[in-house]
Design a protein. Structure first.
Length: 169
């Protein structure tokens, strides 16, 4: 019995074992989106400053999102704090102001238009914000109501390959 088991093990070791072809899934590490409006933030800061930390002395707007004194005054009043426009040069603080602003609106479009101001020029601004190619893809990637098979198909991987891969991990 031992000799037979030993023979089988030797035969298995000498055989070439082929795995079926499968798709390779790359998992990219990135920031976790806890708020869907972070997608909008990426687009707004690109439209405003091309993602650069700038000061617009004419409009007195600071940071990547070009936060004005009016927006900052409203934020300070709502939170009982006394931040300055120079604080808006810190992107983490700018994000807090932006997300607070967006919390008052139900749609990306209305939040972006109100961020820009009011009037007919906000339509042009929204067209710039929404036509950046990344927005449509990232909105799809954070839709939480889709069944898992739909999410997997969006990634270009069939569910069987993904389940096989997860079993290996």
């Amino acid at each position: 019995m031992k000799q037979m088991l030993f023979t089988v093990i030797l035969l298995l070791l000498s055989m070439r074992i082929y795995a079926p072809g499968c798709a390779i899934v790359y998992i990219e590490q990135g920031r976790v989106l806890t708020d869907p409006f972070l997608v909008l933030w990426d687009h707004v800061k690109y439209v405003e400053t091309r993602d650069r930390n700038l000061i617009n002395h004419i409009e007195k707007a600071y940071g990547k999102g070009q936060i004005t004194s009016v927006k900052l005054r409203d934020y300070n009043k709502a939170h009982g704090v006394k931040h300055t426009l120079e604080d808006c040069l810190d992107e983490s603080f700018s994000i807090k102001v932006f997300l607070w602003h967006c919390s008052h609106y139900n749609t990306f479009e209305y939040a972006a238009k109100r961020w820009n101001g009011s009037g007919p020029l906000t339509v042009i601004y929204w067209n710039k914000v929404q036509t950046l190619p990344l927005l449509e893809y990232r909105i799809k990637s954070i839709e939480l109501c889709q069944p898992i098979d739909t999410k997997i198909r969006l990634m270009g991987v069939d569910s069987h390959s993904l389940l096989s891969l997860s079993a290996l991990l």
